[in-house]
Design a protein around this ligand. Structure first.
Ligand code: DX5
Ligand code: ZN
Length: 222
């Protein structure tokens, strides 16, 4: 069955050639990617380090693409403004990192940015129910956050479907994003489950022919 959903592909630059990030962004822009996914990690919320506000700001000067900033950090409230100033368009924080996630969402909105909440594989998506209508994006992690190149957790398909149901029930247009291990071979799973924004790091940047992979992903997600 053909899906009516408009699928967006969001390459994660964690898998890009870090010594040539400007050129890497140009490659995915030319290849028709929709968002650039920027992974921010603090070595505390996750056992790895990621992109900084300064790098985000420098990259902002090189492209008009939508910056989808994924904050995998313990105290997001401290850095939301910094990333907003650096040029983020969408700022996603983790439910698990917030005592009061709504406060984070309101803060992001007060800066004129789109707000996302992410849930780790072990977190039930129903935790977002109390504030779902405030969201612009809901990110269901399909790997444990921290590293690129992991395997897509098929057990998350059910959670994606539940998230889709929650979004449809609330009636607001909210992006349902998946992140981790997505490839052209398995993208049909999150797509069928109801996701419409597909983050893909390794599958895009390690490919010989990026436009071909992105096109293949769009076809497989239909
Ligand atoms: C994982 C990051 C992902 C990661 C995805 O912690 O949030 O965005 O870069 O990379 P792949 O597609 O290689 O799993
Ligand atoms: Zn991410």
């Amino acid at each position: 069955m053909m899906s009516e959903r408009n699928i967006k592909i969001a390459p994660s630059i964690l898998a890009a050639d870090a010594a040539n990030l400007g050129a890497e962004l140009k490659r995915i822009e030319d290849a028709g990617a929709d968002y650039v996914h920027i992974d921010v990690m603090d070595g505390h919320f996750v056992p790895n380090m990621g992109f900084s506000p300064d790098i985000t700001k420098m990259l902002r000067k090189t492209t008009e693409m939508v910056f989808d900033v994924h904050l995998m950090i313990s105290e997001p409230m401290k850095y939301i403004k910094t990333f907003s100033d650096a040029g983020a368009d969408i700022i996603t924080i983790h439910h698990e990192a917030m005592e009061n996630p709504e406060e984070g969402i309101d803060y992001i909105h007060s800066l004129g940015k789109k707000a996302g909440i992410s849930v780790k594989p072990g977190t039930d998506v129903s935790v977002v129910a109390p504030y779902i209508e405030k969201l612009d994006l809901l990110l269901v992690m399909t790997v444990e956050p921290g590293f690129g190149g992991q395997t897509y957790m098929e057990a998350m398909n059910e959670k994606i479907a539940k998230a889709r149901q929650m979004i449809d029930n609330c009636g607001k247009e909210i992006d349902l994003e998946v992140d981790g291990g997505v490839t052209a071979k398995n993208i049909d799973m999150p797509a069928k489950s109801g996701a419409n924004v597909m983050v893909a790091g390794s599958a895009v940047f390690k490919a010989e022919d990026i436009p071909a992979v992105i096109a293949e992903m769009r076809i497989a997600a239909k």
